[in-house]
Design a protein. Sequence first.
Length: 324
Amino acid sequence: MAPASPLLALPGMGGELARVEAALRRSVISDDPHLTELASHLIAAGGKRLRPALAIVSAACRTGLPVTDEVVLGGVSVELVQVGSLYHDDVMDEATTRRGVDSVNFRFGNLKAILSGDYLLAKASEIAASLGTEVAGLLAATIGRLCEGQVRELQSVFDVERDESTYLASIAGKTASLFSAACRIGAIVGGHDRPAVDALTEYGYQYGMAFQVVDDVLDVTATDEELGKPSGHDMAEGVYTLPVIRALAAGDDELRELLGRPLIEQSEIDKARKLVRAGHGVDEAIVEARRFGELACDALASLPPSDAATALADATTGLVASVS
Ligand code: GRG
């Protein structure tokens, strides 16, 4: 879990996020009350709503706040994809909790989690289509990228030789693509000119890369309480992220011996985390997160100065500072 973002502190954002909440809840109402219950489960549980916030603040770089209803809907479509992907991810991971509550698969079973995840994606697509063919095409392509990123990750699970380019390609798909789409949709629907749309798209991509690297650092460095979920989960499940890849590349043979198979015992997970923290892998991953953060800020340089653009820059520096 990444820390709260300064985006949410931009004056007026409280009201904008209340609009997102209302529209999100409306968007998943079905004629079947049980499907409404399933689809509402993780929406009601909360979440940081970072992606709709990014869509709104991207639009606000041109117009300020409040944004139009269409921009709010753009943010809602992206959050529905986020929630739908979490439903599917939790089935794949056999997760029992998410956003501080039972995961949908744990509470209702895998079949209902998959189907209601599909329903969320369908609702996201319907909203995107109402915002025009460009937004609809972008959201569809982004869902494809999420799947590509996740499949890439699956292909290198338990691979102690996983290289950095494979890792970066995976996180670009599974995480950065949705952040990038959030900013691009906010920018398109918010009426920015093409150079600004492209600048905000690039910002979202680089922010998303930094976000995932920070998330991966926290899996090694944070406590269960700080994360709100068991730490070291990725290593235990064979997903070797940047700090681990760097530790292995530096020749940590004890870590190499331990990895390559599931870590079942808590003592093994603790040992693996300790070994990674003892080397330079965490520091080197933070340097990479900072580099992505700087690229995100660079992408904002061509935009006219505004409170919204400052909030985007602050969000990036705050994100990286949270692990520095
Ligand atoms: C069906 C769209 C779809 C995708 C299938 C399962 C899958 C492929 C992709 C999942 C990818 C995934 C879970 C990436 C991790 C992204 C991530 C960093 C999630 C956590 O985001 P936060 O911290 O969470 O913003 P909240 O709960 O605050 O929204």
